[in-house]
Structure formats: structure tokens, C-alpha cells
Design a protein around this ligand. Structure first.
Ligand code: ADP
Length: 693
């Protein structure tokens, strides 16, 4: 799964770079946001707590001041001259009058004078009702001992009614059922939470003779909470329209509060949540935290009221509505988050575009590689107008491709050249093979011919003797018979002729088989005169075929050769030429100097005809022994023997022909013969050829 996610990342460097750039953004920003959120919340909470702590201190101070003020007022009245005049021995009516006046001028809700048994002797309300255990009240007991004091006390409904029925009525608070409050099946709170103050009344001797007792009922004391609220949350001291609230609790019940239940209905009789109650009243701790108050969340501070006996009888509360602050905080956080998100998105987009721009050369190169692989060898990245490293790499890449293309072209050329050379060499090899094959064939033929030659030579010798005997005896026969032989003269002539023919054939055979044995003496031969002799000898043949003869002599030197052998060679060539010109033609005989550079080394004799010519395929074979195209009449030995004869003196015969136009044979002869060494086997010698020079 994870791998599948990472796969595109592994394939693209751009994606990797992008991930590298975006990772801190996408991982770091959420972490940062989480930290900002946590720290922000913590700081916000701390700020609220320290604010509510301060608020509660102010409220507490104010409350204490009110308490102290009441205590002082009572102490002032208790020590006043007017009271000393009226109590204990004065007019009770005047005393009551004095108390009434004092009640009106001070903030206390009741004021009465107690005697030293703790029973009231006069009250500001006029009517005095006996109450048991007045001295059990701590402040009263202390005052009787001579120390004035002020504290918080809970007054029962009877006690309130005994002091002043109106107080009992004021203390009555109808309980409103409140969710999350501690279970309580009462329907009303009848007790009164009182700031209870008492001061000793002394006689002139300074002895305590009575106690001035007074108190401020906190139940329904809206002035008090409004004052606290006004002091703690002065106009404009709370930001963003948050509202400040203050409450006095009797136990867990709101007996004086400016917290609103509805429109203008104060939430009197509603109760604090059980959590707060347990914390503050149960454990006696001060609460600084957000708490659900009546119908909304308030940043709240609660501290317990402790009565003179150390019981926690109620609470002082101040707090302010959290919602506007929370909304402001959430707005700020939202704006912050929004900004972060926008910055991240912008960063991502910019990074994306940037990464794309950075990686364009790499992608281009990748594309070019792909195209080149597809066979578009001309594909290039081109000028990217970038001077950074990647731009230079792309440029070098193009350069590399260019030089690769050049190298490939060169390689192709070399390969073509190599192919051509291989073909050439193969052809040469085939040629050489063909030559070898022919040589082998020739060798076989030569060897056969050598054997035949040996045989022929033997046979010729054997035949020569009987032929000589026949000829000799025939002559003897003719001589002896004399005229008697006349009737068979013609037959004798024919026998002579045929025997001579036998001799000639045998001689030729012998000459072919053992040319060395027939080598005669050599001399300096004048070529034109030999040619002239040959023409005389072949005149008959030439005339018969109506061949015109032309002779061109330019040779300046004689050649070294056996004259009759040269004659034999030339006559053979002339006869061949005439035979090639069945319908007549022109025979050109020529002689010219054979030059080696400037030096005349011999004579070249030309025998040219305008005959049928020789096919290219045959031209290579005409000097082979027994090669003939004249089936039946030719022996195929003429040129072979002629070549052998000429070569013996260091010369050679070459032929050149155009089929249909004619042939020219050249006989190359040296002025000073160079005798060839080596085997004289006619077959071997006969294979020497100079088909074209
Ligand atoms: P032969 O004449 O008995 O055939 P050669 O050795 O003299 O034997 O000649 C060999 C062959 O060369 C001939 O059969 C002929 O085909 C060819 N040849 C020789 N000379 C000529 C020529 N002048 N014109 C055409 N073909 C020639």
C-alpha cells in the first residue's frame, strides 16, 4: 500500500524534489499549527485564570471593606455619647429612636442593643423579641468580652423573624431547579446569609455593659452584587462585549446575583453546579476556572464564606462571559489557520511550478532519450535559455548526441567500406579459388600429358625406325623395279606421301613431347626476312581464301632464335588467322621494337586478322594443349607448341581479340635470348599464357 504510494515518487525526480520541498511544509505546518493551537489555548486559559484570580481578589477586597465599614460604623455608634446617654439607664424610647436613626444612616439591615445576658433590650425596628443563645454568636460573644468583630453568619428563619419579620421575608428565596446542581428537595431557602457585626458598649468606667449588634442581610442584596460587579468589571474593562457577573451564595444557592436567567430576571434561587460546590464548599478551595453558570460558560472565581465557627456557609463569586472571548480566540485561531493553509497552498503551488521549471531540462532530456530510442536520431533538447547547471547539462547532452550521431555516421561509413572490402576480397578469393581449381585441373592434365608425352616419345621413336625402313625400302623397290614400276608409280608416290605424313606427325609428336631435344642452334634472325619466307610458304593458302596481306616493318633489331622454329611459329599463326577468315579479309604482319624504357630489348611481331575473333571465355584457354574449336580438323597443339618454343628463348606470345572484328597475336622476342630453366614437360609449358598483356 505504502509502496504503491511511493512508486510514482521513485520514478520521477521532480516528484522527489517536490516531496523534499513540500514535506517540511506539509508536515511542519500542521505540527506548528497544533503547537500554536495548544500553546495558544494554554496561554489563553492562563490569561483568563490570572484575570479571574485578580477579579476575585478585588471582589474579596471590596467585600472585606464593606464588612469592615459595617464594623466601624457599629463601633462608632457603640462608643457614641448619645448611646451612653440612652443606655442602660436612659429612656428606652430614646434608645430605640437612636437605633432607628442609626439604621437609616448606615447600611445595616438590623440594629439592636443586647444586654449582658445576650437578650435584646432595644431594636431599631421597635419591637423586641427574646431570642435564646444570643451569646453563642461568635461576634456577640467576643463583643461581650470587649472586642468588636464582624463576620459572616447564617441566620435561621426564626432568628430572622425574631429580629425583624421583614428580614425573614427578604431571606426567603424560592429555589429554582438547576441542572448539574447538587440534589436538593427543598423548594426554598429560608435562611439568611448575614454580615454580622457586634461592638461592646462600655460605661464610663470602661466596663462592657452591653453589645450593639447589627447586620446586613445578603439575601436579595442586589446593591451589594451590583456594586461588586461595578467595581470589578468597570465599564469597558472587559473586552469584546463580555459581561461581568457577581454572586453571593448561601450554601449553593444564589441569594444575590446579577446573573440573568431571562431577559431581566435575575437568577436568584438557582444553584451552583455540584462540581463547584464540592470543590469550594466541600474542600474549601478557591475555584479559578471556566464553569457553566446558569445558562452559559463563564470564566469563574469562587471563594468560600466561612462563618465565625469555621463553617463554610456560602460563596463569593465573580466571573465573566466566556463566549465572546472564545469567539474572538477562535476567530484569531481561524485566521491564523487560514493564513497557514493559504501560505502552505501558495507555497505548494509555487514549489510545484518552480520544480517544474527547474526540471524542464531533465524532462526534455528524458523525452529526447525516448525519441532517440524510437529512432528519431535528430531529436534534441534545444536551447532552453538557462544558464544554470541543468541548462548546461542539457546543452552538453545535445552536444553529446551530435558527436554520437557523427560517430555513428563514421561507423556506418566504415561498416560500408568494410562490407565493400569483404565483398572485394571474397570475389578475389573466389577468383583465386577458381585459379587454384584450374591450376589443380591443369596439374592433373599436365601430369597426364607428361605421362602421355613419355609414351608418345617412346612410341614415336619406335615408329620412326619402321617408317625409315619403309621409306628406304620403297626407294630401293622403285630403283630395282625401274620402268617396271611405272604402272604403280602413282601408288608408290601415294605410299611415299602417306609415309612422309606419318613421319611428320611422329616428328611433331616428338617435338611436343620432348621439345628440348629438338632445340636447334640459335642465330641473330632478321624478322622481316623470316616473315617474307613465311608469306612465300603460305601463299597458296592465302590466295585460296582471298586474304589481302599487309606488311608493316618498323623493327630495328634482330632477335636471337632458331630461324626454322620462328618460321614454324609464324606460319602456325598465319594459318590460324586465315582459317578464322573463312570469307576472306585482311592479314596484317608487323614488326616493331620492344622497348624497356628507352632501351630496345627485342622485337614484337604482330599477326592481325579481321576474322571471327575469339570469345572472352575461350581467350584464356587457346594456349592450353589440345584446346581447339575446330572439331575434327584441329589438334589444339599449334599455339601450345608455339608458346613453348618462344618461351624457351625468354619470349612469349599474347593474344587480343574482339569477337566479330578480329584477333591480333603478338610474338615477343628478345634480341639476346634468355634461356628458361625448369621442366620441359610440354603440358606444363603449354599452360603458360599471355591472354592479354
Ligand atoms: P588448332 O588450330 O589446331 O585448333 P591451335 O592451338 O593453333 O590449334 O589453336 C587453338 C584454337 O585457337 C583454335 O581452335 C581456334 O579456336 C583458336 N584460334 C587460334 N588462332 C585464331 C585466330 N587467328 N582467330 C580465331 N581463332 C583462333
Amino acid at each position: 500500500m505504502f509502496k504503491r504510494w511511493l512508486a510514482p515518487l521513485r520514478r520521477s525526480v521532480r516528484a522527489q524534489l517536490l516531496a523534499l520541498v513540500l514535506a517540511p511544509l506539509l508536515i511542519g505546518v500542521p505540527i506548528l499549527l497544533a503547537l500554536v493551537w495548544t500553546w495558544g489555548n494554554e496561554a489563553y486559559q492562563r490569561l483568563l485564570i490570572s484575570k479571574i484570580r485578580a477579579d476575585l481578589v478585588i471582589a474579596h477586597e471590596y467585600f472585606d471593606r464593606v464588612k469592615d465599614g459595617i464594623g466601624q460604623e457599629l463601633r462608632g455608634v457603640a462608643g457614641s455619647h448619645r448611646l451612653a446617654l440612652a443606655y442602660p439607664d436612659g429612656d428606652p424610647v430614646a434608645l430605640q429612636q437612636l437605633l432607628k436613626q442609626t439604621l437609616q444612616s448606615t447600611r445595616v439591615d438590623f440594629l439592636q442593643v443586647l444586654d449582658m445576658t445576650g437578650q435584646p433590650v432595644a431594636s431599631a425596628r421597635g419591637q423586641v423579641r427574646a431570642l435564646p443563645d444570643r451569646e453563642r454568636w461568635p461576634v456577640v460573644a467576643e463583643a461581650m468580652k470587649g472586642t468588636p468583630g464582624t463576620g459572616i453568619e447564617l441566620f435561621g428563619p426564626n432568628e430572622l423573624a425574631a429580629i425583624d419579620p421583614a428580614l425573614a421575608v427578604r431571606a426567603h428565596t424560592r429555589l429554582v431547579s438547576t441542572p448539574a446542581a447538587r440534589p436538593d428537595d427543598r423548594t426554598s431557602e429560608e435562611r439568611g446569609l448575614m454580615i454580622h457585626s457586634a461592638a461592646p458598649i462600655r460605661n464610663l468606667a470602661g466596663e462592657v455593659i452591653g453589645v450593639l449588634e447589627g447586620g446586613v442581610l445578603l439575601n436579595g442584596n442586589l446593591d451589594m452584587v451590583d456594586n461588586i460587579n461595578a467595581i470589578v468589571y468597570r465599564e469597558g474593562s472587559l473586552p469584546l462585549g463580555s459581561q461581568g457577573t457577581a454572586t453571593l451564595f448561601l450554601g449553593d444557592t444564589r441569594v444575590a446575583t446579577n446573573v440573568k436567567l431571562f431577559e431581566n430576571q435575575r437568577a436568584l434561587g438557582t444553584r451552583v453546579s455540584e462540581v463547584v460546590y464540592d470543590y469550594v464548599i466541600g474542600q474549601g478551595k478557591i475555584w479559578h476556572d471556566t464553569a457553566f453558570v446558569v445558562n452559559d460558560f463563564y470564566v469563574s472565581g469562587y471563594e468560600p464564606f466561612v462563618d465565625g465557627s469555621g463553617n463554610k456557609v456560602g460563596m463569593l463569586y465573580v466571573g465573566f462571559l466566556e463566549a465572546p472571548l472564545r469567539a474572538a480566540k477562535q476567530t484569531a485561531m481561524g485566521v491564523l489557520f487560514g493564513l497557514f493553509v493559504i501560505i502552505s497552498l501558495l507555497g505548494a503551488v509555487v514549489s510545484l511550478r518552480w520544480a517544474r521549471a527547474i526540471f524542464r531540462p531533465v524532462e526534455q532530456m528524458n523525452r529526447v532519450i525516448h525519441e532517440v530510442e524510437q529512432g528519431h536520431s535528430a531529436a534534441r533538447v534545444g536551447d532552453l535559455k538557462r544558464e544554470d547547471e541543468l541548462g548546461r547539462v542539457a546543452h552538453e547532452f545535445d552536444h553529446l548526441l551530435d558527436s554520437l550521431a557523427t560517430k555513428r555516421e563514421q561507423l556506418q561509413q566504415w561498416a560500408d567500406e568494410l562490407d565493400r572490402k569483404v565483398a572485394e576480397r571474397t570475389a578475389e578469393l573466389a577468383d583465386a579459388n577458381e585459379t587454384l581449381r584450374r591450376a589443380q585441373q591443369q596439374l592433373v592434365v599436365s601430369e597426364k600429358l607428361a605421362a602421355v608425352g613419355e609414351l608418345t616419345a617412346g612410341v614415336a621413336h619406335e615408329i620412326n625406325n619402321p617408317v625409315a625402313v619403309i621409306q628406304g625400302n620403297l626407294d630401293v623397290l622403285a630403283d630395282i623395279l625401274g620402268p617396271q614400276a611405272d604402272p604403280v608409280r602413282e601408288e608408290i608416290r601415294l605410299i611415299h606421301q602417306q609415309v612422309d605424313r606419318i613421319r611428320q606427325i611422329v616428328t611433331k609428336l616428338l617435338q611436343f613431347a620432348r621439345p628440348g631435344e629438338f632445340a636447334g642452334y640459335t642465330e641473330q634472325v632478321d624478322v622481316p626476312s623470316v616473315i617474307a619466307d613465311c608469306l612465300v610458304l603460305s601463299r597458296h593458302t592465302l590466295d585460296k581464301r582471298q586474304v589481302k596481306v599487309e606488311v608493316v616493318h618498323a623493327a630495328t633489331r634482330k632477335v636471337e632464335i632458331n630461324r626454322s622454329e620462328l618460321q614454324q611459329v609464324l606460319i602456325n599463326l598465319i594459318v590460324n588467322a586465315v582459317q578464322a577468315m573463312a570469307e576472306g579479309g585482311r592479314l596484317t604482319l608487323s614488326s616493331e621494337d620492344w622497348l624497356d624504357g628507352e632501351r630496345v630489348i627485342g622485337v614484337r611481331i604482330g599477326v592481325k586478322d579481321t576474322g571471327a575473333g575469339i570469345e572472352d571465355a575461350d581467350l584464356n584457354r587457346i594456349f592450353d594443349a589440345f584446346f581447339t574449336t575446330k572439331q575434327g580438323s584441329g589438334t589444339g597443339l599449334g599455339l601450345s607448341i608455339s608458346q613453348t618454343l618462344v618461351q624457351r628463348y625468354g619470349g612469349r606470345i599474347t593474344a587480343d581479340s574482339t569477337p566479330g572484328e578480329g584477333t591480333i597475336f603478338h610474338v615477343w622476342l628478345l634480341c639476346d635470348a634468355v634461356y628458361e630453366e625448369g621442366p620441359s614437360a610440354p603440358g606444363f609449358k603449354a599452360r603458360w599464357r599471355f591472354g592479354s598483356n
